[in-house]
Design a protein around this ligand. Structure first.
Ligand code: NAD
Length: 300
């Protein structure tokens, strides 16, 4: 079997297009422009790239983008003041504090200071609780993107066996909650799981969010399963020249694609969906704040 490649780049472009259409309608019918505030503390190079991309795509979708770049030694109290100002600003519907934060800042304290209704990353403890109890929440962007791709590819997920590898608060745990919400039978595997290949072999849906290059092998995959590879790992690529690198996922693409029914590539799979879902969450937050109907198909 050769798997269908799930094109996250094209899917994300479709989602961004839908968001932009909704934004245009909001502006025309209600004179409302959704606004996203992104807070970046310090000079982390990867974070700089993410924030730049978020800014550009927010503007492309017709939204307002408010960037707040603060020096690495910004005191925690100043950051909390900024969050309080953004919470109170009616032009800001979504607030994202880019992680990781410098060591002297208590990241949990800062995230939990964000108004849960504006918490477009879905990391606030209230949103975690709402998602866990099946209530209307702001849902973390990466697992939301995975869910959208699964629904788009498989239709109903009801009754399917899903194995999520990884139990992080950002990906693994919310992913498991979302799959439960869609009536999958969910197993969360992690670094202490015994016989991981045996556990993965049961799965109709595999979501790998580990951060270990090409760990999941083709003979772990049940024939026909759908494989969502969240991992982003940079590895040496001597074949491209000295000192060159390339990105790979947590799944060994060649061997998994030979057995799976469908698989997301890295790059070009889950990655582009994350910002698309951030824009979708900002639009959703804006609609909720204004008592307007939420966009269909863009939430969990
Ligand atoms: P994390 O380090 O917080 O969590 C990794 C999880 O993997 C842990 O729960 C751990 O128990 C599990 N694990 C580690 N070694 C294992 C092993 N040998 N067997 C089974 N489980 C093992 O990572 P994270 O933040 O959840 O991110 C995971 C991966 O997803 C990373 O590669 C990250 O770069 C990527 N990621 C991508 C996106 C995106 O595409 N937009 C977003 C977030 C994370």
């Amino acid at each position: 079997m050769t798997a269908t490649i799930i094109d996250g780049k094209a899917f994300a472009a479709r989602i961004r297009g839908e968001v932009a259409e909704h934004v245009a309608r909001l502006k025309e019918a209600h004179s409302i422009t959704p606004g996203l505030a992104v807070v970046l503390v310090g000079e982390d190079p990867a974070s700089q790239v993410y924030v730049r991309n978020k800014h550009a795509q927010t503007l492309e979708a017709g939204m307002e983008s408010f960037e707040h770049r603060l020096p690495a030694d910004t005191p925690e109290a100043d950051l909390l003041d900024l969050v309080a100002r953004l919470n109170a600003d009616p032009a800001v519907h979504g607030i994202l504090v880019q992680l990781p934060l410098p060591g002297h800042v208590d990241a949990e304290k800062v995230i939990n200071a964000i108004d849960p209704a504006k918490d477009v990353d879905g990391f606030h403890i209230s949103n975690v609780g709402l998602l866990g109890t099946g209530q209307k929440a702001m849902v973390p962007c990466t697992p939301l993107g995975c869910l959208m791709m699964l629904r788009d590819h498989l239709g109903s997920l009801s009754g399917l066996e899903a194995v999520v590898i990884g139990r992080s608060n950002i990906v693994g745990k919310p992913m498991a909650q979302l799959l439960l919400g869609d009536s999958c039978t969910v197993t969360v595997a992690h670094s202490r799981t015994r016989d991981l290949p045996g556990v993965v072999r049961r799965a109709d849906i595999v979501v790998a969010a580990v951060g270990r290059p090409e760990m999941v092998e083709g003979d772990w995959i049940k024939p026909g399963a759908t494989v969502i590879d969240v991992g982003i790992n940079r590895v040496d690529a001597p074949e491209k020249g000295e000192g060159k690198t390339r990105l790979v996922g947590d799944c060994d693409f060649e061997s998994c694609a030979a057995v799976a029914g469908a698989i997301t590539p890295v790059p070009g799979g889950v990655g582009p969906m994350t910002i698309a879902c951030l824009l979708a969450n900002t639009l959703t937050a804006c609609c909720r704040a204004n008592g307007l109907p939420e966009p269909e198909g863009l939430t969990a």
